[in-house]
Design a protein around this ligand. Structure first.
Ligand code: PLP
Length: 376
């Protein structure tokens, strides 16, 4: 089996697995309890928070553990809206993940205005476009750090500066970026940042929201006083410990991994081009390492996904969370891929476990399928 759908999810890191094990059976105490048995659990929670904070240039008390990217995005969007009595505008982009888009649709239904910014043909949210729509009536700007389908890395520092100068809050969905490209919340100048552990070799169902100290966002889940009273619910200690180990490991090997993934991208693309496949690459030159989103002329992404699946190769056509949906994705639509290419969009996302042989095998399998299909 060749797994190249790492933007959908990643394999749990072995060291992260080992690190979390003691918190499943041995140290299973509830971190909120004052007795001695819970002390190592509290210590592990604090250490994980510190590690994660240091990886993104934050302070430990700015990290709030959540159940993952979807919850973090919902909290940022709904929290900033519901905390605003004036019901000011939320600005986002047309190519956000559904966790942001549907959270925005939800606040819209409650009477909070939302603007969806168009993007350029490589998926970039242009600072000039944001300037056109931003007013003193803007409460929040939410633009993703890197797109999950086409990998485009957005000019977040520039966009956040524009938002700040106009008195708006700035949130970035960094679910695809954390653990893969260097991130410093100070340099980015963001107020909130969402992350999800299963995108960087941690556990599914765990993540965090960075909230800059001093930014007042109402609590998302009401209940106990965990996470400084902002996010109730007994902490998933094992997953949090695993998340910190996986993140640190990814940070330590980030440069080498990026080089390797960029090389795999080139091998795949060159092999397809040399075989005479007519395709266009979607996304910007500044993109996530290992993300290859291509549209093959007069082809069908769904068909390619299933044919590759028969050969034991896992790829994606659009957003993973939407793989039941067969229409052209909202991202491919927003970047205005010409019709003859649009349906043939596939996403291959290499991960740290992939090899040169994998890249060659995928390219050759694709060429075989396309040739067989054209001959049919
Ligand atoms: N945001 C982006 C950009 C994503 O790619 C995803 C998952 O695919 C999410 C949010 C949702 O994250 P989670 O699966 O942790 O809920």
């Amino acid at each position: 089996m060749i797994y190249v759908d790492n933007a959908a999810t990643t394999r749990l890191d072995e060291d992260a697995l080992e690190a979390m094990k003691p918190y499943l059976t041995g140290f299973y105490g509830n971190a909120s309890q004052p007795y001695f048995f819970a002390k190592p659990v509290r210590k592990a929670l604090a250490a994980a928070r510190e590690t994660i904070a240091s990886c993104i240039g934050a302070k430990p008390n700015e990290i709030y553990f959540t159940s993952g990217g979807t919850e973090s995005d919902n909290w940022a969007i709904k929290g900033s809206a519901f905390g605003d009595a004036e019901k000011r505008v939320t600005i986002t982009s047309q190519i956000e993940h559904h966790a942001v888009l549907r959270a925005c649709a939800a606040i819209q239904r409650l009477g909070y205005p939302v603007i969806y910014l168009p993007v350029s043909s490589d998926g970039t949210v242009q600072p000039e476009t944001l300037k056109q729509y931003l007013t003193s009536k803007t409460r929040l700007v939410s633009v993703m750090l890197a797109n999950n389908e086409i990998g485009t890395i957005e000019p977040i520092a520039e966009l956040a500066k524009i938002a700040r100068e106009n008195g708006a809050l700035f949130h970035t969905d960094a679910v695809q970026a954390v653990g893969h490209i260097p991130i410093d919340v100070q340099e980015l100048g963001v107020d909130m940042l969402s992350a999800s552990a299963h995108k960087f070799n941690g556990m599914k169902g765990s993540g965090f929201l960075y909230i800059k100290q001093g930014i007042e966002i109402p609590s998302y889940l009401d209940g106990g006083s965990q996470e400084r009273g902002k996010r109730a619910g007994t902490e998933n200690i094992a997953a949090i410990v695993a998340m910190a180990v996986a993140l640190k490991k990814n940070y330590d090997r980030m440069e080498t991994t990026a080089k390797k993934l960029n090389a795999l991208e080139q091998i795949l693309l060159n092999r397809l081009a040399n075989a005479g496949i007519d395709f266009r690459r979607n996304g910007a030159p500044c993109h996530l390492p290992g993300n290859v989103n291509i549209s093959i002329k007069s082809s069908d992404g769904e068909m390619l996904l299933h044919r590759l699946d028969l050969k034991g190769i896992c790829i994606s056509t659009g957003s993973a969370c939407d793989s039941v949906n067969t229409r052209v994705s909202h991202v491919i639509e927003a970047i205005r891929v010409p019709e003859i290419y649009a349906k043939g969009a596939i996403r291959i996302t290499f991960g740290v476990e992939n090899s040169v042989e994998d890249a060659i095998n995928i390219a050759d399998s694709l060429v075989d399928i396309l040739h067989a299909n054209n001959g049919a």
